[in-house]
Write a protein that binds this ligand. Structure first.
Ligand code: NAP
Length: 279
């Protein structure tokens, strides 16, 4: 009997990931002989792991913190989207040992924001906290929808500046700026605030945004999905803003990765049920 194909997630730390639940539920529902596993990897093991995927019967991977950019030099090909974003969250092993990189984070985010939540980014003023892998994907996909402006703040000012510069090079007619502080994001004048920094994942984490900046015309999207409601989201709700956590993004990015690996449409309800059951 042929052994099940292996898929999985690499990153560190990853023990709380919900991806195995969602993908294994989909494999089982569609009767695909495959298994999704967690591969917590230290940096020094990354190269050895990636060059022995075929040998280990691994057919596809998701990538998370801190490897989304680090895997790129090991890939044979990059999708246009992954190249534009500069980060990879999905690898497909094809034609023996050829590694192709994709990024489904931004599209997953947009499917949830624009599709399910009905927020159209066109002509909107947007503030983004964080300029890491997820922020890059979110900013690129938002930029495709022609917002009026995107203002980015990251603790690391160089990261924010690099992201803004990359966006300026690739998208015309949008005002891209970097802020020196959360206050400098001008959230009071924004339509959408995206938290793409990991602050809020731990119970002891502070709310990065002062209540005085939040308002009722704002949509606040926190990429964090565990806890379901971060301090930022609960404060924003109190101030009358519309809010969403990142569970919908997790679902859609996973569905898009599933399609890339298997060629089959991912079973949305099955995967959603698995995620909701775990939270
Ligand atoms: P990342 O590459 O490490 O980027 C996070 C960025 O946030 C870093 O540039 C970091 O700066 C910055 N940052 C940290 N603390 C900050 C603060 N107080 N103020 C401003 N910026 C700050 O991580 P990522 O992959 O982009 O992930 C970010 C978050 O999105 C995580 O919570 C992750 O779980 C979530 N995420 C969710 C989904 C989903 O499907 N819902 C998908 C992807 C990611 P330094 O490097 O200087 O620390």
């Amino acid at each position: 009997m042929t052994p099940p194909k292996i898929y999985g997630l690499i990153g560190y730390p990853i023990k709380h990931s919900l991806s195995p639940l969602m993908h294994n539920a989909a494999f089982s529902y569609l009767k695909i002989s495959a298994e999704y596993r967690l591969f917590p990897l230290l940096k020094e093991s990354l190269e050895d792991f990636l060059i022995s995927l075929t040998q280990n019967n691994i057919h596809g991977l998701n990538i998370t913190i801190p490897y989304k950019e680090m895997v790129i030099p090991f890939l044979d090909d990059l999708s246009d989207e992954a190249r534009l974003i500069g980060a990879v969250n999905t690898i497909k092993v094809s034609g023996g040992d050829r590694l192709e990189g994709f990024n489904t984070d931004g599209e997953g985010f947009l499917k949830h924001l624009a599709g399910d939540l009905g927020f159209n980014p066109q002509d909107k003023a947007i503030a983004v906290i964080g300029a890491g892998g997820a922020a890059k994907a979110v900013c690129v996909c938002l930029s495709k929808k022609k917002p009026k402006a995107i203002n980015i703040y990251d603790l690391d000012k160089n990261k924010a500046a690099l992201l803004a510069r990359n966006l300026k090079t690739n998208f015309n007619g949008i005002e891209f700026k970097c802020a020196d502080s959360i206050g400098g994001l001008n959230i009071g004048k924004c339509d959408l605030l995206v938290n793409a920094a990991p602050v809020g994942m731990k119970e002891t984490d502070p709310c990065l945004v002062d209540a005085k900046f939040l308002h009722g015309r704002l949509m606040v999207y926190d990429l964090i999905y565990n806890p379901k409601e971060t301090r930022l989201l609960s404060l924003a709700k109190e101030k009358g803003a519309s809010v969403s956590n990142g569970l919908g993004m997790l679902l859609y990015q996973g569905m898009l990765s599933f399609k890339i690996w298997t060629g089959q449409d991912a079973p949305k309800e099955v995967m959603q049920k698995a995620l909701l059951g775990a939270l």
